[in-house]
Design a protein around this ligand. Structure first.
Ligand code: HEC
Ligand code: HEC
Ligand code: HEC
Ligand code: HEC
Length: 233
């Protein structure tokens, strides 16, 4: 009788233990709700999302209400002169305080949101990429006016502005690639924007709602995106 009771209670203990363990593993197996996102493989950094256009949008209304300071405007000519070729990182045209720093806050204190800098008598251009904090990896000071040796290198011509509208008054197409140029307001708005491309309507922050990449002339955006993607045709 005792023996039988012992076997029955052992069985009950094992059974209850099984239920507890099974229930525990069942509960932990349940996940929170999630959305299965399929990664599209390596996009090569090509513009696949439009959220970059909203990056500087908190400054948009200030840009819209700011009076234009005619005496300190930049032009596209000086803008291109500071670049070795079209799309190249511009030189640092001013002295740098901490010669041995990578950049980061030493640069972002002026280049994150821009503003007038009395000692350089100019507005600081806003960087479209404040997250790339190793600024001096790509931006260097110009140390010589001439070349070390002659080369046959010719600068690629930048696309023209003011000729990208399909009809007078219609929104011009974007004549340039959008890779690393997702943050439209950084270059097109505010007092440091070159006057030819300074937008009259910075407050319409969803730029790509009206402006579409041009793929028929200048730099061919469609070919650019296709060549940098690996999808099958
Ligand atoms: C005290 C504010 C200040 C600091 C700090 C500063 N800059 Fe500037 N930067 C300016 C101003 C103002 C201009 C515009 C100069 C002009 O137009 O003559 C400028 C221009 C530039 C340009 C040229 C942009 C263009 O579109 O041609 C680059 C590149 C640049 N700075 C990089 C840097 C880097 C990198 C650092 C950090 C090592 C840095 N700056 C630190 C104020 C600053
Ligand atoms: C990986 C390289 C790289 C790094 C790192 C980098 N930049 Fe740039 N930067 C570029 C290139 C390339 C351009 C030109 C973009 C173009 O013409 O589309 C540029 C353009 C700029 C411009 C001019 C924007 C304009 O009006 O055309 C400023 C200002 C600038 N960078 C500041 C900075 C600062 C400040 C940092 C650090 C926080 C930084 N950059 C880090 C490559 C870089
Ligand atoms: C790094 C600076 C920079 C960024 C970021 C940038 N642009 Fe531009 N944009 C320019 C320059 C410079 C030009 C003049 C042509 C050229 O050099 O490519 C231009 C030209 C244009 C033009 C043609 C204007 C005309 O009158 O024909 C449009 C439209 C335009 N950009 C829209 C955009 C939109 C929309 C975005 C954001 C997705 C954007 N840009 C981001 C620098 C920039
Ligand atoms: C609701 C539609 C719409 C939105 C959103 C919009 N634009 Fe425009 N944009 C236009 C139209 C229309 C023109 C042509 C204006 C003209 O010819 O008088 C224009 C002209 C331009 C030009 C040529 C210079 C000028 O101001 O006339 C640039 C550069 C430009 N837009 C950039 C931008 C940028 C950057 C943004 C985002 C901050 C933006 N646009 C948002 C409709 C729009």
């Amino acid at each position: 009788m005792r023996k039988r009771l012992g076997i029955i209670s052992l069985f009950i203990i094992l059974f209850v233990g099984f239920i507890i363990i099974w229930n525990y593993s069942y509960q932990t197996g349940l996940k929170d709700a999630y959305i299965p996102i399929i990664e599209n493989g390596d996009s090569n950094g090509v513009f696949l999302s439009e959220n970059g256009v909203f990056k500087n949008s908190e400054l948009a209304l200030e840009y819209a209400n700011m009076p234009i300071d005619e005496t300190h405007q930049r032009t596209l000519e000086t803008y291109y002169n500071n670049r070795a070729y079209y799309g190249a990182p511009p030189f640092i045209p001013h002295p740098v305080k901490e010669e041995r720093s990578m950049g980061g806050n030493t640069c972002l204190q002026c280049h994150q949101s821009g503003g007038f800098v009395a000692k350089f008598d100019a507005y600081a251009p806003v960087t479209p990429h404040p997250e790339m904090i190793n600024c001096r990896q790509c931006h260097v000071a110009e140390t010589a006016e001439t070349l070390f040796a002659q080369t046959a290198f010719t600068k690629e011509q930048a696309p023209k502005v003011g000729v990208n509208n399909a009809l007078p008054g219609s929104p011009p197409m974007i004549p340039h690639p959008i890779r690393m140029r997702e943050n439209c307001l950084a270059c097109h708005a505010g007092p440091a924007a070159p006057k030819e491309i300074r937008v009259t309507h910075p407050e319409r922050i969803n730029c790509m709602q009206c402006h579409v990449p041009n793929n028929t002339n200048g730099i061919d955006t469609a070919t650019f995106i296709r060549d940098n993607n690996n999808y099958d045709e």
